[in-house]
Design a protein around this ligand. Sequence first.
Ligand code: ZN
Length: 152
Amino acid sequence: MAAKPTIITCLNCGTKNRVRPRAEGIPRCSVCHAALPWIVETDAAGFDEEIVASIPVLVDFWAPWCGPCRMVSPVVEQIGREYAGRLKVVKLNIDEAPAIAARYAIQGIPQLIVVKDGQEGDRLVGAVSPTQLRAMIERHVTAVAEPPGVSG
Ligand SMILES: [Zn+2]
């Protein structure tokens, strides 16, 4: 396997979990079984494996020299935590993966692309706000089931 495991800290109990890419299900904490915030950094070798998931994947194309990327990165991580169990976040440094950047026709960064079942859904370019990013994600993730009798 080309993708390296990621250490993900559980938001609920603080346990550090080793998480590998998986096509089925979602990663859960080994101790409390809460859905983990599935935020991983990958490279050219791990990318194709990481974007295969049972839930939508938000790919963050960034580079170390890109100022706006540093503003967008915490927004992306915030969204990844908010949507734990419903969204996977994959961060790719395009300097280390020019062929993948070319495959997705990445002209400017930061660029955020939703990949669902291997297909590109939507993309956002530039220094997006949490509101803009949330609006895009909401079009792709499964809604949280509400208790019966509660609406609006
Ligand atoms: Zn836990």
